[in-house]
Design a protein around this ligand. Sequence first.
Ligand SMILES: NC(=O)c1ccc[n+]([C@@H]2O[C@H](COP(=O)([O-])OP(=O)(O)OC[C@H]3O[C@@H](n4cnc5c(N)ncnc54)[C@H](O)[C@@H]3O)[C@@H](O)[C@H]2O)c1
Length: 264
Amino acid sequence: MTSPTPPGPGSVALITGGTGGFGRALATKLRERGATAVLADLDSERNRSVAEELGCPFVALDVTDRAANEAVVAQVEAEHGRLDAAYLNAGISAAKSDDALDLDEFLRVVDIDLNGVVYGAVAARPAIRRAGGGAIVVTASLAGLTPMPTDPGYSVAKAGAVAFVRSMAPRLARERITITAICPGFADTAIIDRIRHEFEAAQFPVIPAAEVADAMVMAWESGEPGAAYVIQPGVGTVPYRFKGVPSAKTATGETAVVPQALLP
Ligand SMILES: NC(=O)c1ccc[n+]([C@@H]2O[C@H](COP(=O)([O-])OP(=O)(O)OC[C@H]3O[C@@H](n4cnc5c(N)ncnc54)[C@H](O)[C@@H]3O)[C@@H](O)[C@H]2O)c1
C-alpha cells in the first residue's frame, strides 16, 4: 500500500467553490507548493477567467448535482492521473436575514452547504483511495459550532457538515483518508459583502483569506481525522474541543458498555 501524497509536486487537489475568496487563496498556496489545484465552480465567464489568471484548470460544477460531482472527479483523474485531496468548500449564506424564515432559501443553503459536501465526499472517496489515501477538507464554519441566529439554514448546514466529518472520520481513516472540517469566523471574502459595513462600523476584525488557506493546507498535510479547526481573528487556528455527552448508566448505576457494532 502506498502512502498518501502531501501537498507538493505531483499531487492533485480539487477545490469546489474554487474561484471564490478561500478557493483563490488556497489555490495560490497549493500552486506555490507545486501541487496541481483544479478549481470547480459554477460555470461563468468570470469563474473561468479567475482560474485562468491563477494558472489553474477549471471544471464547471454545481455541487448540488450528484452525478456532476462524480463526473468531475472522473475528469480530474482522467486529465491529471490522480486525486489526493478534495476541498469541499463551495457555499452560500442566506441573501437576507429578516425575521421570517424563507423555507426555499433555507433548503437552498442546506442543499449547497451540506448536501454538496456529502455528494463531494462520496464522489472523491474512491479516487483518493486509489491514490493511496489523502485528505477531504470541508469548509464548515464557526456557525457550525455556535448558532448564527441571523441565518438558521447556514447554521444547520454547517453543523451538519461538522457532524458528517466527525461521523465519517473512522471509516475514511481506515482507507488512509483524513477528513477534517475548517471552521472560520468571519473572513474577508465576498460572502460577507452584504454585512461588511457592520464589521467596519463595530471595528470587528475579519480574518484574511490567506490565513484560512494556511489552515486548509495544514488540514491536508497534518490534520487529525474528524478534527474541526476553529479560526478566529487574533487567535489563530485551534482544534475545537467537543465536550462529549453523559454516558448511559445500567439499572445498577454503572456506566453502560456501548455495543461493539456501534463503535468506530
Ligand atoms: N468568508 C467567511 O466569513 C466564511 C466563514 C466561514 C465559512 N465560510 C465558508 O467558506 C466557503 C467558501 O466561501 P468564501 O468565503 O470563499 O465565499 P465566496 O462567496 O467568495 O466563495 C464561495 C464560492 O462558492 C461557489 N458556489 C456557490 N454555490 C455553488 C454551487 N452550487 N456549486 C459550486 N460552487 C458554488 C461560488 O461561486 C463561490 O466561488 C463557504 O462554504 C462558506 O460558507 C466563509
